[in-house]
Design a protein. Structure first.
Length: 415
């Protein structure tokens, strides 16, 4: 190579380096992943973004989604946007998209063929408004799981439950030994439990009929009547004085053996992993509360607010791309307890809970939408408040609670 060519080559390398150095940006990322398992998982995203040359500035908001969502949305609306933010796939960002405050990722999605590499299709569909893609789905989380501590049952001389009904049967014997049968956290976890009981008892089809199609005959009918009766059983299994503030504290009671079981989404699996417990040996994870194995298509997505700084803009697109690379999908989801968005990844290290989830996702039809994909957040919050009230006040009868629930469904705006 002539000297001239070498010099030109060096100059090009230097200018490319300068360009990429100039493009490196600090990117503030808001999310509500603050429990042990969640923090371990989000660290994988942070490492990947840092490795890509930009700097992840962590904007964790403690207190779970109900606290974080309004903060995130008002910051963007108020003109003080972060670089990127977690939200759930659903309708939480509809207003922001309408106001033109979120970046259109359609070109990137097309270039990387997200429509074909990410599955199930529901998650990208939740990111798509009027044919444009506004978020990147990073995982599939399902809410319908029961978690039990094997040692608690072994010590009590009781067979570990295979499903919700077994737990209800075992409850008196557990209580007699001073063990709380069901650990419970306040707020949305009560709504989650009721949603899971709807699916386990009235069936996934009826759940969709009520939440999506607003079928009031089903909401007021006999199958849902059984659900509200089951919620009354559940409240008898909970020690009201031991109700925790956060979902992960209730999971913690199962991990430490102070409670026998908890009903929570598969993100609870991240807590058992941090505690170095093994499914099938130390604990059981039972999809569909062990009644019928099902999954719903909940999960997490990242949105990128519109920003002026071109360097930050480039970093946002690079981050969106990084989060769905094979390596990052595996590293993050193994720790998060969720299922990866891609089928073409190496899941040799998957634990039994993830294997159960993948089996349902890839080989069964029992996969249905999450509540937030069918109903607006305000109605969901009203349902959560109603269930919290019902749960803590034995004077509210199952029939009263069912009637109030059906009234919320009736008044919910069409999506
Ligand atoms: C959900 C989110 C999960 C999970 C959970 C509890 O909204 O999708 O990733 O961590 O909240 O914080």
């Amino acid at each position: 190579m002539g000297l001239k060519k070498l010099a030109a080559g060096l100059a090009l390398t230097a200018s490319l380096f300068a360009m990429s150095a100039a493009k490196a940006a600090d990117i503030e990322v808001t999310h509500w992943w603050t429990s042990g398992g969640e923090a371990a998982a989000v660290a994988e995203f942070a490492n990947a973004v840092n490795k890509s040359g930009d700097k992840w500035v962590d904007g964790a908001i403690a207190g779970s989604g109900d606290v974080a969502r309004p903060i995130i949305i008002s910051r963007i609306l108020g003109g003080n946007p972060m670089g990127a933010t977690q939200l759930n796939p659903g309708h939480d960002a509809d207003e922001l998209i309408k106001a033109g405050l979120l970046t259109d990722l359609s070109d990137l999605a097309k270039k990387e063929d997200w429509a074909h590499i990410l599955r199930p299709a529901s998650q990208l569909a939740s990111c798509t408004v009027d044919g444009k893609v506004y978020c990147v789905p990073v995982n599939l989380h399902s809410a319908q799981w029961m978690w039990t501590n094997r040692k608690v049952f072994a010590d009590a001389g009781i067979e570990p439950p295979k499903n919700w009904n077994d737990l209800v049967k075992a409850a008196p014997a557990l209580k007699a030994k001073g063990i709380q049968p069901l650990a419970m956290a306040q707020g949305w976890p009560v709504g989650l439990l009721v949603g899971d009981l709807i699916v386990a008892i009235a069936g996934g089809d009826n759940f969709v009929k009520v939440y999506k199609d607003r079928d009031l005959a089903v909401a007021n009918g006999a199958e849902f009547g059984k659900v509200f009766q089951a919620v009354a059983d559940a409240r008898n299994m909970v020690d009201q004085k031991a109700v925790t503030k956060q979902w992960n504290e209730a999971v913690g009671l199962v991990i430490s053996g102070k409670a026998a079981a908890n009903v929570m989404g598969d993100w609870a699996g991240g807590e058992f992993q941090v505690a170095k417990m093994t499914p099938g040996k130390d604990y059981d994870c039972l999809p569909g509360l062990g009644v019928t194995p099902v999954l719903n298509t909940g999960g997490d997505v990242f949105y990128f607010p519109v920003v002026k700084d071109p360097g930050l803009k480039a970093a946002q697109l690079k981050m969106a791309s990084t989060l769905v690379t094979k390596e990052v999908q595996v590293a993050f989801n193994l720790k998060k307890g969720s299922l990866p968005m891609r089928a073409d990844v190496d899941l040799a290290a998957a634990n039994d809970c993830m294997k159960k989830g993948l089996e349902i996702l890839d080989h069964s039809k029992a996969v249905f939408p999450n509540d937030v994909q069918m109903l607006d957040r305000d109605s969901i919050n009203q349902i959560n408040d109603l269930m919290t009230n019902f749960f803590s006040k034995p004077e509210i009868t199952p029939a009263d609670a069912q009637k109030q629930f059906a009234d919320i469904i009736k008044a919910a705006p069409k999506m």
